[in-house]
Design a protein around this ligand. Structure first.
Ligand code: ANZ
Ligand code: ZN
Length: 631
């Protein structure tokens, strides 16, 4: 089961108790790429929140590894810490329950049974349950086992506690309750000493305030022997050196587990031979195909159903020709989705996964739209696979998606649309009642792509009516000269920009505005432009109407219309109103307004009207600039 399928230690479906088991499985070494995956984020044009999610997931952490010698043993406990400066405040050491030293140290412990019981219980908990900050920390002391703090040289106790994970750092920590919240909580609970070694103010000139909770910030060292008074940042390096520790950068990113113990999936192409060991299937024998199975249910032994299939398992070793057996795990489907975009341009090629020329022509992907929920799985895996293939010489680029934008979510009646909530709108019904174009255009009209929107049955009617109007207009369109040249140019510009900015909703609003004007007297010229601009939003109707209008080819093969800059100038201008040559007002008029129109508006200006009595003798009119009344 995946972590999220475990609810309070039980299977989410059948409620059986879940325990963690050690399995031998295949991993991809994505951790080797952690730094590059992090650095390259700077180079790609992706949604900020998606990049941030990857950054946090990779979780770069700079610290040090320090050794704590165990009393009466040649073993040392190596801990990973981001705060070597707090060494003198380490009052106990904690090992993860799965730490390899635990079984050895247990031999010398006085409370073996208690510790064993604790470890067994920890194994029934999910990682999330173990590390959640809000959860109460538990642990057990290895009674009789002591180690030395390499700073203070004091003897300190050793604990096993499940809030320390075997899979991160060294699987062991030095606990500094005074400066770490989890350790503080743990020390209070088990009555362990708390020793303050960092003071927020310089202790030479201030007294150090007594702690009421863990102080996790920087400051100056106290109670740290010869390091007293040193700034904590500076002390990190000094203390690491002093204890012969090692500076170390860690990443939270883990290697990618690709093994799955199920039937569906590509078998992992590995053969095990007694003599030759682990041998990859030769390229000429790829792909390894799944055998046809009647019964592909897992049998509960923690192995793939393929393990039951003799004919599949038994094979010969590619190296020595001797008897051998196949790997029976299949690979995670995430592995397929990590490179599918490489296959898309090359689906016609049967002998290679992707063709060199096609790949060069079409890839990397210019823009990828997807869900934020893919931020740290699919999107990270795809970046890693691309980088690895690049390094192996199969790809010229190392980032698969030049641009990525996360789309928003669809809401209905205030709740996220989801199967489990039962508020999913099935598009099929609407395809029948309103047509696919209506559904598509309505979805695009709901809001900016990045924000999603709220579905309403009333809203979809608006788009439905709009498409009906366009349909009617196309059937009425006539030849002749349209007066909408300015509006047409502005619409082209706006729709182009808004579409590029993924504001499909406003692009559609501009199309509606344009069509309102066209409707007054539809000319072919405007209809053609409207249809080309609408084609990405309503592909079926526009294709049909393109023909109705007697055009050749398909609307989808037309080039995108261009606009004339000079026709775009602001459609209102400020016109000065003068009376006998004196400026009395400035009013906004539409550009190109006629003298007649300008007179009307100017006379309506209160400020100017105050100076005019009766009918002006004469008017001087400078188009788009000024009107002067001589009285
Ligand atoms: C002593 C210490 C003193 C720490 C202090 C913190 C504050 P990040 O930033 O996530 O890398 N740690 C190390 N390995 C761990 C493990 N396997 N499971 C749980 N906790 C672990 O965190 C590094 C810090 O988390 C380390 O620094 C260690 O606690 C803890 F005032 O060491 B620290
Ligand atoms: Zn062999």
């Amino acid at each position: 089961l995946a972590n999220e399928q475990v609810i309070q230690g039980r299977c989410e479906r059948c409620d059986s108790e879940v325990i963690q088991k050690e399995l031998e499985q295949w991993f991809f070494k994505i951790t080797k790429y952690a730094e590059r995956l992090l650095q390259n984020l700077e180079k790609i044009d992706w949604s900020e929140r998606t990049k941030l999610a990857q950054k946090n997931w990779i979780g770069k952490s700079e610290g040090a590894e320090l050794d704590f010698p165990i009393k009466g043993s040649e073993h040392k406990i190596r801990v990973f810490t981001t705060r070597p400066d707090t060494l003198f405040g380490a009052t106990y050491v904690v090992l993860a329950p799965e730490h390899p030293l635990v079984s050895e140290l247990l031999l010398g412990a006085e409370n073996k049974a208690e510790v064993k019981e604790y470890i067994a219980k920890a194994q029934t908990k999910s990682e999330l349950e173990r590390t959640e900050l809000a959860k109460e920390k538990t642990g057990v002391q290895l009674r009789g086992v002591w180690c030395a703090n390499p700073g203070s040289k004091e003897e300190i106790p050793v604990f096993v506690a499940d809030y320390v994970l075997a899979t991160y750092g060294t699987g062991a920590i030095m606990a500094v309750p005074a400066h770490d919240e989890r350790d503080w909580e743990f020390a209070k609970k088990y009555n362990l000493s708390i020793r303050q070694v960092v003071c927020i103010e310089d202790p030479k000139s201030h007294t150090c305030p007594i702690l009421e909770e863990a102080y996790t910030g920087p400051g100056y060292l106290v109670g740290s022997g010869s390091f007293d008074g040193v700034a904590s940042e500076e002390a990190k390096g000094k203390i690491t050196k002093f204890t012969k520790g090692e500076k170390k950068t860690r990443y939270h990113l883990r290697d990618w587990l690709i093994s799955r113990q199920r039937y569906w999936g590509p078998p992992i192409p590995i053969i095990y031979c007694e003599k030759c060991g682990t041998v990859p299937v030769q390229e000429k024998d790829l792909p390894v195909l799944l055998p046809d199975l009647e019964d592909f249910q897992p049998k509960g032994q923690g192995v793939s159903p393929l393990a039951q299939v003799e004919e599949f398992v038994k094979t010969t070793c590619p190296e020595c020709g001797g008897e051998a057996r196949r790997e029976t795990d299949v690979s995670d489907t995430f592995l397929d989705s990590a490179w599918y975009f490489l296959r898309y341009p090359s689906t016609g090629f049967q002998d290679v996964p992707f063709d060199k020329k096609m790949t060069k022509k079409w890839l990397p992907v210019d823009m990828y739209l997807g869900g934020q929920e893919h931020a740290v799985l699919h999107l990270l895996y795809a970046r890693f696979v691309t980088m690895a293939l690049h390094d192996m010489g199969h790809l010229e680029f190392e980032e698969p998606f030049t641009k990525f934008r996360a789309h928003g979510l669809l809401i209905k009646e205030g709740a996220k649309m989801s199967k489990s909530k039962g508020n999913v709108v099935s598009p099929d019904e609407y395809f029948t009642s309103h047509g696919a174009d209506t559904v598509r255009m309505y979805l695009m009209f709901l809001g900016p792509l990045s924000e999603g929107g709220s579905w309403s049955d009333k809203g979809i009617q608006g788009i439905f009516r709009f498409l009906h109007r366009v349909w009617a207009m196309a059937h009425e369109a006539e030849d002749g000269e349209s007066e909408l040249e300015v509006l047409r140019n502005r619409t082209i510009k706006k729709v182009t920009e808004e579409t590029e900015n993924l504001k499909y909703n406003t692009a559609i609003a501009f199309l509606m505005e344009y069509s309102n004007e066209i409707q007054k007297r539809p000319f072919r010229e405007d209809m053609n432009t409207l249809l080309v601009l609408m084609a990405p939003f309503a592909p079926h109707i526009t294709a049909e109407l393109w023909e109705v209008l007697g055009n050749k080819g398909s609307v989808h093969e037309q080039s995108w219309p261009s606009f004339k800059e000079n026709l775009l100038k602001e459609d209102t201008v400020s016109m000065v109103v003068q009376v006998n040559g004196k400026v009395r007002d400035a009013i906004l008029v539409s550009s190109g307004i006629s003298e007649q129109g300008a007179v009307k508006l100017a006379l309506a200006s209160e400020k100017a009207a105050r100076w005019i009595e009766g009918k002006p003798k004469k008017t001087i009119f400078v188009k788009d600039k000024l009107i002067n009344f001589v009285i």
